[in-house]
Design a protein around this ligand. Structure first.
Ligand code: PGA
Length: 236
């Protein structure tokens, strides 16, 4: 079973979001894929009431609880909506909202406390990739985000090279496979109930089959391609 996660970012307005949600909810429920989609936070409550069976993810949470926290995305309210997943540490959140690996670690713990499955995003810049320091960089990200003292429930890790997101560029298939296998080896030193490793960054109709065929890749996290009906219909 491969995870197929659609990250709709802030691409879509409400009618567009409902239209695509309808398409996702019509996809066959097979053992081959598990579909999760992440609409803009503003629409999650409505989508959940119109399509109660959808597997929704938020695009972010914060670490403040219920209370005097203006502007907060409170994880307990996400749980009340029966949303089961949240992206953490997406590169756009890191850039726009100054997310750090330390903050991702704190959010990860919040997810564990509230039984929300985190989709933790990590990935290197183009400079790091070119200077062949990717493994070292990812290793550091993992050791900051995860603790060997903790016992984690289910976690999804998305390897998303920053230089690949929204650019049309991807690493070679062999590199994606090697990095995902490298990440799995590192994560074996930690305690997870379940861990899956996904690839994200310029996944589209031309490369998705090859990526999903890689033995070390448990699924994909798709941004811009996933707002096209033709992409969603690929899984019919
Ligand atoms: P992309 O985005 O598919 O548009 O490259 C992926 C992501 O941001 O998760």
């Amino acid at each position: 079973m491969k995870y197929i996660i659609f990250n709709w970012k802030s691409y879509l307005n409400l009618p567009e979001t409902l239209k695509l949600s309808n398409l996702v909810n019509k996809l066959p429920n097979t053992k081959k894929y598990k579909f999760i989609y992440s609409p803009n936070i503003l629409f999650t409550s409505l989508i959940k009431s119109r399509f109660p069976k959808s597997n929704l993810s938020t695009q972010n949470i914060d670490i403040f609880g219920r209370g005097a926290n203006t502007g907060s995305i409170d994880i307990s309210l996400i749980k009340d909506l029966k949303i089961k997943f949240s992206l953490l540490g997406h590169s756009e959140v890191r850039t726009n909202l100054l997310e750090t690996d330390q903050l991702v670690a704190a959010k990860l713990n919040q997810c564990m406390d509230h039984q929300i499955t985190p989709i933790v995003c990590i990935g290197e810049t183009l400079n790091i990739y070119k200077s062949k320091k990717t493994k070292n960089f990812l290793n550091n990200q993992i050791s900051t985000i995860f603790s060997k003292k903790n016992k984690y429930q289910e976690v999804i890790l998305a390897y998303e090279p920053i230089w690949s997101i929204g650019t049309g560029l991807t690493p070679q298939m062999s590199e994606i496979n090697e990095i995902c296998s490298f990440l799995m080896n590192i994560l074996k030193k930690y305690s997870f109930k379940k861990i899956n490793i996904l690839y994200g960054g310029s996944v589209n109709l031309d490369n998705i089959k090859d990526i999903l065929n890689l033995p070390s890749v448990d699924g994909v996290l798709v941004g811009s391609a996933s707002i096209k009906a033709s992409f969603i219909k690929f899984f019919k």
